[in-house]
Write a protein of this length. Structure first.
Length: 110
């Protein structure tokens, strides 16, 4: 398994996969990111992130049954592994801890 660092975009992709469960596949992930964040990442960026996350052991995938709508092609569906859940929980905990340490005075200077 590669390094377990989770970048911001990777974290976003993992969270979106959780939101879409059990129907998380490339195009649906891209569309949900656009809906939730108003960002429009390239499908190639999505696939690269999915590949990295699988290499890290944070995701697993399987091919769904072929559908007539897709011309007999199969969707590659993704789901979060236990390691992936731990990674996003760690990021959430770290982020909350840091937010809680910012003194109110720091915001008044803005």
């Amino acid at each position: 398994m590669k390094g377990t660092h989770l970048g911001e975009f990777e974290e976003l992709v993992l969270l979106i996969i959780g939101v879409l469960y059990p129907n998380a596949y490339g195009l649906a992930i891209k569309q949900e990111i656009a809906n939730q964040t108003k960002r429009s990442p390239a499908i190639g960026a999505i696939h690269s992130a999915l590949s990295r996350l699988e290499d890290k052991g944070f995701l697993k995938s399987h091919l769904a049954d072929a559908t007539h709508e897709r011309g007999g092609r199969r969707k590659k569906l993704y789901e979060i592994t236990a390691s992936g859940k731990q990674a996003i929980e760690y990021n959430r905990s770290l982020r909350n801890t840091l937010w809680n340490q910012i003194p109110e005075l720091a915001w008044k200077k803005l």
